[in-house]
Design a protein around this ligand. Sequence first.
Ligand code: SF4
Length: 377
Amino acid sequence: MNSLYFHIPFCRRRCRYCDFFSTTDDPVKRDIYVALLCRHLEMIGRDAALKNSLQTIYFGGGTPSLLTVEQLTLLLTKCRDRFGLATFAEVTLEVNPGTFSGNYLQQVRKAGVNRLSIGIQSFADQQLQQLGRCHNVDQARTAVADARAAGFDNISLDLMFALPEQHSEGLSREIEQLLQLEPEHISVYGLTIEEGTEFKRWQQQGKLIVTDEDEYARQYELLRARFTAAGYEHYEVSNFARPGHRCQHNQRYWQRRGCLAVGAGAHSFVESGYGERWHVAADLVRYRQLLATGTDPAELLENFDRRGAMVETAYLALRTSDGIDLAAFEKRFGESLPHAFPSVFAQLRGSLVYSDGRVALPPQHWLIYDHLIASFF
Ligand code: SF4
C-alpha cells in the first residue's frame, strides 16, 4: 500500500452539474479540516497500513487549490514524516483556474507538488457560465501559463464534452485550443445529468436540452481521433497521455491496487484477502466528531469474495489499453480468465484483442464499455 488520496471538499461555488461531495464553507473551516486530516493521517500511521514510502499522493476534491500553501505544506510534511516519500513520487494537485493568484503555483511546487490537474472544462465562456464554473477561458489559459512558468512539466487538463447544445464543430475548435496548450495529459468527461443537481432540475423543467446518444458518440470519437493523431496514447476510457505521462495514481485504481484515502467522503481500497473497500461518510460534522473521540472514521463498504474480486479485476482492467495479464490473473485466483467467465468471453469474442499474454478491449469499443461489461454481472 503506497498511495494516498486526500479529499478536499471545498469549492468556491457549486457547479450546476456536479454531485461530488463539497461545501462552500469559509476559510476558517478549511483550517479546522486540515487539522482533522493530520489527525486522520496519524490514525492511519498507527495501524501501519502504509508499509512503504508513498509513491503517489493525490489531492482531489472539491477544489484542493483553495488550500493555502501553508496547509498543503503541512499535509505533505506530515506524509513525509509518517510514511516517507519515494524519490520519484507523483504528487498531484487538482486546481481550478481563478482560485489562486500571485506565485501560488511556484510555492506549491516548492512544497513538493509535481503534477497539476487543471479543471479547464471548456474553451467557451458561455458554456463555462452555463456549467456554473467559477472561471472564464482567459483565467484557464493564465492558469496553464502560470503552471509552466512555475516549472511544472506534468500537467493534465480536463475537458468536458456532450454539453447542452454543443456540436462537433464547436468541440473541434475547443480541441485545437486545448492542444495549443501542449498538456502532458488530458482527461475528458461527457456530461451526465446527476440527481440532485441544478442541471437535473433544469432538465425536469424543460430548460436544458441534453445531447443525444449519436452526438455523444460523434464527440467521443472526435476527441479520440484528434488526440491520438496529436501523439497522445488513449490509455483509459477517459484519459490520454503523452508517452511516460500516464497518471500513476489513477492507474492504481484500474489495477485494483491499494490506496488509502483520508478526508470526509474519501474511499480507500485495501488489498488484504480479496480486497476491501472502505469509505468515510461525506459529512464534515461526523468526521470531526469521530476524530475527536479517537475513532477511525472509515467504515467497511465492501469485503470482496473471490468471485467479486475476479469480476472487478476484469472489468476495471478492460477500461485500459493494458487490459488483463492472463497469467497474473490465473496465479492470483487459481482459475483462468476464460474459464471463470465462459459466457462473457463467448459474447466478447469479436471485440477482444490478445497480445503478449494479455487480453484487452481496444479503445474503439470503449464508447460502449458499459454495455460490453454488463455481461460480467
Ligand atoms: S469545482 Fe469541481 S467539485 Fe467543485 S462543484 Fe465544480 S465540479 Fe464540483
